[in-house]
Design a protein around this ligand. Structure first.
Ligand code: PLP
Length: 399
């Protein structure tokens, strides 16, 4: 993994302070660039929201705003407050996720959140009651657990038994309930298939199946018109350096063709992108505190582990990484170092699950150097086990 000079300079200048290094470094230019490109090339009717669960840091929200995102996809009241603090209005928020509490729904309805994406009939009735109490109506989408999935995605959100949405086969029973609730204004469907998809064919095939489902629902239930179709997130990034990035141009062109094929012009198509926008804006930088040779393999211990960067362990992958050398004097003469070998990287936690990377080929590394993990801007600190062992929270530095 190559680092830009501004990133290396920041890492070196911070290390010169002599304190233990363990932080996230953020640089938001890639996110702004990708948003500008999305705005420019996506077909008419496509609206890009930032899924802030990928990284709720203020700088990411501000970049989403200045970069031209239509709004923010939230999944909790805490996220809503952060989005508002970054300058978004409630009417720019869309609310998804299973298990929304009464308080969260109440806040969304009373503040005027744009759409609430219903995940079950219980949620529909709960929301209806809250609207009655507030004497108002609410625009909703219905989240569907489609009967298909994207097989080689990192994580799937539909197909099989899932906690997300209502099973596609149950729609004919469920829809009349929702349509009969006068305070819910049905606007369309939400079908989020999978996260981390690099293959455009797979995502477009998913869009085709969602369009077919839309047609079928509209013909079975003539009272329904889905003027919003939400595909969720899912655009992947090339964590494993397979050499192919997500082909945005191809996706935009093929979605445009699909919209024309189904004569779906005039509808709104929502993308809730997290990883694609945020991943390459962040690096997890952690000082190498120890290196040991253990039964044929070098174990490298960093200042932070899965408490600060859990993603590699959670998904059993290695993120791209590199070492920034600090040329610190050895603490004692026989000190181990790394020279052209595959090694294991872990953190300071007392669990063997505390893995940052395994079998990574490292040219050279010494105690005191900084291990830098790339593509860490999305689902980095936000999905880590921060409280485990009560280490200090890593700083988040924006440059
Ligand atoms: C409802 C919803 N929308 C959007 C996203 C963002 O997905 P991604 O980061 O793959 O773009 C997620 C991720 O879990 C999600 O659950």
């Amino acid at each position: 993994m190559n680092l830009q000079p501004n990133i290396i300079d920041t890492i070196r200048s911070r290390a010169s302070s002599g304190t233990t290094q363990n932080y996230y470094l953020y640089h938001l230019a890639p996110m702004r660039k990708k948003l500008a490109q999305l705005v420019e090339i996506m077909p008419q009717g496509v609206e890009v929201f930032y899924a802030m669960k990928a990284n709720p840091h203020h700088a990411f929200l501000q970049a989403a705003k200045s970069g031209g995102a239509v709004g923010i996809e939230i999944a909790s009241l805490g996220e809503a407050h952060k989005a508002i603090a970054a300058g978004f209005s409630p009417s720019q928020l869309i609310y998804t996720g299973p298990g929304k509490s009464k308080e969260e729904l109440h806040w969304c309805v009373s503040e005027g959140v744009r759409t609430i994406h219903i995940e079950s009939l219980v949620e529909a009735y709960r929301l209806h009651q809250i609207c009655l109490d507030l004497n108002t109506t609410q625009d909703v989408l219905l989240r569907i657990n489609a009967n298909f999935d994207i097989h080689d995605a990192q994580t799937t959100f539909s197909g099989g038994s899932k906690k997300f949405g209502i099973d596609e086969e149950k729609l004919d029973d469920a829809l009349p309930h929702i349509l009969a609730l006068p305070s819910l204004h049905f606007r369309g469907l939400h079908v989020y298939a999978a996260s981390g998809v690099l293959n455009v064919d797979d995502l477009i095939q998913n869009c085709r199946l969602v369009f077919q489902m839309t047609r079928s629902i509209e013909s079975t239930h003539p009272a329904i018109h889905c003027d919003i179709i939400d595909f969720g997130g899912g655009f992947g990034v090339d964590y494993e350096a397979l050499g192919h990035d997500f082909d945005l141009q191809a996706y935009a062109k093929r979605l445009d063709d699909l919209i024309a094929e189904f004569s779906f012009e005039g509808r709104h198509f929502v993308l809730e992108l997290g990883r694609y926008l945020a991943a390459d804006c962040g690096w997890f930088c952690s000082e190498i505190l120890d290196i040991k040779a253990s039964r044929g393999k070098k174990q490298v211990i960093c200042a932070g582990g899965i408490n600060h960067f859990r993603r590699p362990a959670a998904l059993s992958i290695n993120h791209p990484m590199t070492i920034v050398s600090m040329h610190k004097p050895a603490i004692f003469p026989e000190q181990e170092s790394i020279s052209r070998e595959p090694v294991y990287f872990g953190g300071p936690l007392c669990t063997s699950a505390d893995k940052l990377a395994n079998d990574v080929w490292i040219e050279s590394a010494e105690v005191g150097d900084i291990a830098v993990f790339g593509l860490a801007g999305a689902y980095g600190l936000t999905m880590s086990n921060q409280e485990f062992l009560s280490h200090a929270r890593p700083e988040e530095i924006v440059i």
